[in-house]
Design a protein around this ligand. Structure first.
Ligand SMILES: Cc1ncc(COP(=O)(O)O)c(C=O)c1O
Length: 405
């Protein structure tokens, strides 16, 4: 028997040999189809978390898997010393559909944010202002786990054990333009924000806040960085979340859903900002490889094809979910808030329901979600989820809450 079907051996090896940073739930999956994951326990689960906003096209998408398999047979990796047509094509598609003129490819969200932080500093360095090297970020933000991105992350718990962290970051209250105005000084080079704070509980930024922030950045000559690692690639019902705000950044980072599950990250910027890096200043062995970019090209093609209707589906299922979840909120006072955009939704409970407990109950009922903090569960299902499937989730949540009444 292969280990793939042997949960006991997996658990043994995991506890013995895998660094314990995830504390995983003891379930493993052998395959997926659409929004469904099939467990080694013989059960099927609805993947309402989508690999944490990664499996944009769902599991086992035919075009994606065929393209990956074909590309793997031809060429998986080729180093950046040479031209990579799949990379050029994906860069073209991303620029064509966004504010950006240039793209740097890497392998994860944290790496994309590292590139954003470096290019923002490099931009002012090459302009003769190396003193402009501070970045303002928001309290309760999340930008990754590398040394610079934990420094950018406005949550002490991610930094404290690993101090000293990279200097040059200031944290301000989210959704407060005054807080940013007060923090900006002659050393500020950029403001870096998530348009929806995903990891700290799905908190969207206000429209007015982002519009005033753009004005402030223009007036003070500061770069604006949107971390769209979680919100990008159709997740919020637009290809990029910034489109809801009608505000363009100077730099944007992407990862998660961009290649439908194949590791990828991307830092996008304007031609003006691109002067902040010169040949040799940055790089990545794997970044922009033919396999990942092939996957990215399929995701971009499918999201942007009018025939696929994927983004329209995100909006339709999102409206349905918000309506239904708000109806549950009216029915059960234990639900205190339903928030988010598109298919990135946080459901907050009062003190009588613990997020971890609700996550377990939902899992026992066949639904996978993530728990954030003590009181919020987050859902970020594949963008192809149908209304019928979403209804099954709502029914399960209703059933659980009814039992607790
Ligand atoms: C907004 C945001 N930025 C960055 C990251 C880090 O991405 P990765 O885990 O791919 O490094 C995440 C991951 O959850 C995220 O949500």
């Amino acid at each position: 028997m292969s280990i793939e079907n042997d949960l006991e051996l997996t658990k043994l090896y995991d506890s013995k040999y895998v660094l314990n940073v995830f504390n995983p739930t003891p379930i493993a999956f052998t395959r997926g189809k659409g929004v469904w994951l099939y467990g080694t326990d013989g059960r099927k689960y609805m993947d309402m978390i989508g690999g944490i906003a990664v499996n944009s096209l769902g599991h086992g998408d035919k075009e994606l898997t065929t393209a990956i398999a074909n590309q793997a047979k031809k060429l998986i990796h080729c180093c950046n010393y040479y031209m990579i047509p799949q990379r050029s094509e994906l860069a073209f598609k991303l620029c064509n559909k966004s504010f950006a003129d240039k793209v740097f490819f890497c392998n994860s969200g944290a790496e994309a944010n590292e590139a954003a932080i470096k290019i923002a500093r490099g931009y002012f360095y090459y302009k003769g202002h190396p003193e402009k090297n501070e970045i303002i970020t928001a309290k309760m933000s999340f930008h990754g786990r590398t040394m610079a991105t934990i420094a950018a992350t406005g949550q002490e718990k991610f930094r404290t054990p690993f101090e000293p962290v990279v200097p040059g970051f200031k944290y301000v209250e989210y959704n407060s333009i005054e807080a940013i105005e007060n923090a900006v000084d002659e050393k500020t080079c950029a403001v870096m924000l998530e348009l929806i704070q995903g990891e700290s509980g799905v908190h969207p930024a206000d429209i007015e806040y982002i519009r005033k922030l753009k004005e402030l950045c223009l007036n003070r000559g500061i770069l604006l960085i949107f971390d769209e690692v979680q919100t990008g690639i159709g997740r919020t019902g637009r290809l990029f979340c910034y489109e809801h705000y009608k505000v363009v950044p100077d730099i944007m980072t992407l990862a998660k859903g961009l290649a439908g599950g194949v590791p990828i990250g991307a830092m996008l910027c304007t031609d003006e900002v691109a002067s902040g890096m010169r040949p040799g200043d940055h790089g990545s062995t794997f970044g922009g490889n033919p396999l990942a970019c092939t996957a990215g090209n399929v995701v971009m093609d499918k999201l942007n094809s009018p025939d696929s209707g994927i983004i329209a589906n995100v909006n339709a299922v999102s409206s349905y979910l918000f309506e239904q979840l708000n109806a549950l909120k009216s029915k059960y006072p234990q639900i205190t808030d339903v928030r988010g955009k598109g298919l990135l939704i946080g459901i907050e409970f009062d003190g009588s329901i613990q997020a971890a407990g609700m996550k377990t109950l939902l899992m026992q009922n066949g639904f996978l979600v993530s728990a954030i903090g003590t009181s919020t569960i987050r859902i970020a299902p594949p963008l192809i989820i149908t209304q019928r499937e979403a209804a099954m989730f709502v029914t399960a949540l209703n059933k659980i809450l009814k039992k607790r009444k």
